[in-house]
Write a new protein. Sequence first.
Length: 161
Amino acid sequence: MAENSRFKMSAERLEELKKELDYLETVRADEVAEQIKEARSFGDLSENSEYDEAKEEQGKLYSKIAEIKVLIENAEIVENSAEDMPKDAATLGSKVTVKDLEFGDVETYEIVGSQEANPRDGKISDDSPVGRALKGHKAGDKIVVEAPAGNIEMEVISVEN
């Protein structure tokens, strides 16, 4: 990862990360320490699978804590709308309803930062092909999404900011 990487996210997502970090560093760390202590009481550590599992869990925990710290330290809070965009145009934080012009499917997406993206929940990254194609467009606009499987033509039905 580049040293100057910034992670775009909402203020709400940053707060969620801070709460998760606090939980992992306190409650979860204490639980794992207790597991290690209990496993040590079983005797010979060289053949103690409970101890090995607890130590592995501790490693995963420390890795997750380090990952979250990097995200928090490099967070770039983004507002729900860009200053230079018209108020009715799609931007970060917008909910956009689109229609696939080939198949007629209608989908609604929320454009979010990469750390919040969850396509199953309809949250797409502003860096994804669809997110990039939607930025700056208004209801009634026709767009072309350059996807790995080929271009997809869509019409923007509505934009909520």
